[in-house]
Design a protein around this ligand. Structure first.
Ligand code: EPZ
Length: 433
């Protein structure tokens, strides 16, 4: 199990290159199984979730070819697909596998999917995915392990989501592209990654309109062909590095990013007292050497404040001037970072789905990563804490942050990865934790 070793106290300064968005690339890779010829995706981040998706597709018989063109790219050819039953272990380890269900059903008429299950941030139900596909004519049965879905050809339907669901919208939209007739999705998710998928599907021959609105209209087509199309940059990665610059009282510029995709985050970062500036493909946060002010946040579906940046703000509030609260309205248990931050001396109090904070000085500690974004918040706190910290189980971080120690090192951080226990023992004597 890899660990990250961090010596805190350095004000981060410099530029960081933001990768393609994990949550944009995953649904596009899943939708590739619907194409009659290969698709090309550029600007792929080197992430565990991308690697696991490549493994999922390869085990179905799909040919995936990674190469470095202008950036890390992947060519996916599903004409060799031999199975519609994704690998159980991979499905269990990555909830996003659920996004194979719609595409496989739409293109091959059947899918046998192990239940992706929940994770530490919540039960992560998939009832809305199933109800939507059933409305489109799919026959779906479940036992306590598998979902079995069949459909000779899905039929267009009008589907209204009672709650906004990002992958629910993506799954139904993808399936609808090859359905017979017209599908309308009401209360569709507005996240930029959903629009990116819709634009990619249209490049493949899909007929989706209303992109960027909460009402999507999809006219079914007979088949899809290969395509290539730009991927949005990762607004969560960009937000994470800007928060790091603010927390360490430094100055960080996130490059290859589009501020319109995370305006709600920018508005909050301005309230910390940071000077925010931007160009056509970069955003910079300059804390001017001052301590940030604590900020109140309530997470909402896009364009509201993203739940994927909630943990990072809790970390910021832990070291900021004054008191504040963060309210999580999307997932029922997305505060696993709170107890870990408290090991570092954070003055945090959780009451139901709110975390109240008073800014203090943090000290180094040994913490354990749990889910992807909670892990990122532990790295941020360690960069500011007095002394050394070790963060365990960093495989969670590697799911969504490519080259995290390299990118932070380029900003001046004293951070590196520990691969084996022997080295850790040596470090511990230095760290004294
Ligand atoms: C997507 O998850 C993202 N993952 C998550 O990012 C993100 O946190 C989340 O959207 C919210 O923005 C990917 O895109 C791969 P939801 P998703 O369906 O689609 C309820 C990260 O860190 N719901 O929008 O699984 C659900 O319980 C990850 O990158 C149902 O009730 O989230 C939740 O309360 C974490 N039934 C709410 O909807 C369903 O069938 C929103 O969940 C589906 C969802």
């Amino acid at each position: 199990m890899d660990k990250l070793f961090v010596n805190g106290g350095v004000a981060l300064k410099g530029d960081v290159e933001i990768a393609g968005a994990k949550n944009a690339i995953l649904p596009i890779m899943m939708a590739s199984v619907m194409s009659k010829s290969s698709i090309l995706i550029h600007n792929i981040p080197h992430l565990r979730d991308v690697t696991m998706t490549l493994q999922l597709l390869s085990k179905l018989g799909v040919k995936c070819k990674l190469n470095y063109l202008k950036s890390l790219s992947v060519e996916i050819d599903s004409t060799s697909l031999q199975s519609t039953s994704p690998d159980v272990e991979l499905v269990q380890s990555m909830r996003a596998s659920i996004m194979l269900m719609g595409p496989l059903l739409a293109r091959y008429g059947e899918v046998k999917l192990y239940y992706p299950g929940g994770c530490v941030i919540g039960s992560r139900p998939i009832d809305l995915h199933i109800q939507g596909l059933q409305k489109m004519g799919a026959e779906i049965t479940q036992d306590d392990e598998y979902i079995f879905a069949r459909a000779t050809r899905l039929k267009g339907a009008e589907i209204t989501f009672p709650v906004v669901s990002v992958t629910g919208t993506e799954n139904i939209m993808s399936a609808a592209v090859l359905a017979e007739g017209e599908t309308i999705i009401n209360n569709a998710a507005l996240e930029p990654e959903v629009s990116n998928l819709a634009n990619y599907l249209n490049q493949m021959g899909g007929k989706i309109s209303g992109i960027g609105s909460n009402r999507l209209i999809i006219k079914g087509v007979k088949e899809l062909h290969g395509a290539e199309y730009p991927i949005v940059s990762d607004r969560v990665e960009a937000s994470t590095y800007l928060v790091a610059g603010i927390m360490t009282q430094g100055k960080v510029r996130a490059k290859h990013t589009n501020m319109n995709n995370f305006q709600a985050v920018i508005d909050v970062l301005k309230k910390t007292g940071a000077k925010i500036s931007s160009g056509n493909d970069w955003v910079e946060a300059d804390m001017l050497g001052k301590k940030p002010k604590a900020v109140d946040v309530v997470t909402q579906p896009f364009p509201g404040f993203p739940t994927d940046v909630q943990a990072q703000i809790v970390a910021l509030n832990s070291v900021a001037e004054g008191s504040a609260y963060v309210e999580e309205t999307i997932f029922e248990s997305r505060f696993h970072h709170v107890s870990e931050l408290q090991k570092m001396g954070a003055d945090l109090k959780q009451v139901k789905n709110k975390v109240y904070s008073n800014g203090v000085k943090l000290h180094g500690a040994e913490t354990i990563a749990s889910d992807l974004r909670a892990s990122a918040s532990l790295v941020l706190a360690s960069l500011v804490a007095e002394g050394s910290s070790v963060i365990d189980k960093v495989q969670h971080i590697d799911r969504g942050y490519e080259l995290i120690e390299e990118k932070f090192s380029c900003l001046g951080a004293d951070i590196h990865r520990l691969h084996d226990n022997h080295f850790i023992a040596k470090q511990k004597s230095v760290v004294g934790v």
